[in-house]
Write a protein that binds this ligand. Sequence first.
Ligand code: APR
Length: 318
Amino acid sequence: MRKKITLIGAGQIGGTLAHLIALKELGDVVLFDVAAGIAKGKALDIAQSSPINKFNINLLGTDNYEDTKNSDVIIITAGVPRKPGMTRDDLLGINLKIIKQVANGIRKTSPNAFVICITNPLDVIVMALQKYSGLPKNKVIGMAGILDSSRFIYFLSQELKVPVQKIKSFVLGGHGDTMVAMLESTEIDGKKILDLVKEGKVKQQKLNEIVDRTKSGGAEIVKLLGNGSAFYAPAASGVEMAESYLKDLKKQLPCAAYLNGEYGTKDLYAGVPVIIGSSGVEKVVEIKLSNQEKENFKKSIDAVKELFNAAKKIDPSL
Ligand code: APR
């Protein structure tokens, strides 16, 4: 039987997710949005491309949670995106309310789903989603690390003129200004980037600039678009997570996962490498961090904690 994938939020990311999932034939797609016309219109538009692109899945647009019942995967992008000059944290109050509605919508109808949250501010929203929905912690996860890592790798590739396929790296911590690029684990065509810096082949200054550009990678796009935030790369990242779950690929991917002591952090969601397979988050992979990385990771964790405390002030039931 085909898998059922529900997308809550049929905006820029939701629509792109639906299109990518259709092209990859990962499963039938239900596009849910409070703006029913957008969900229905996008579902119909994508479905009408099936004779051209030769995919064979069903697409449905709806504003009724009944249509989403028994989903295998749910990807949530319901919420408000940033406007130029805003940080992700500025979205907290409004998106917290929206995520509460979504949690109530999915908790009874799809108790076995693997739920991927993309709505910002990511780490705090995914944690709230897990609490509001009561769904198991290994089945509720946030998308951020794949996107941040992908941006970092792309910038490195452009600067060093090396194809992206030959670059290995990832970015951990919270999905905000404190995210941590893992320089110790960054390899360019099999060589450690820090060795390339020592050998003078990559300038430290340039590397710092790339790290900074990665941190503000989302804001750069918000500014360029003028109205809305990034959607192609965020959608591609969400699909990679869904695919690893649906096909039991057990890929190691940087994601916002629930930490229960790993990385010295308890009872908090933050970006770490995890294995995603048919049981959901099957493992949090603990890689060795340098002292500098540890320090930066801690700062990032503290920023997530602080924002979660702000969320608790808005909604004491959290
Ligand atoms: N239930 C379902 N859908 C909702 C709800 C709700 N309670 N509230 C809003 N939506 C829908 C909107 O109608 C809109 O179609 O969510 C959609 C969001 O789409 P966009 O505004 O295009 O935003 P998008 O770029 O897709 O980003 C969504 O992901 O990366 C984050 O920061 C981004 O928080 C933002 C989210």
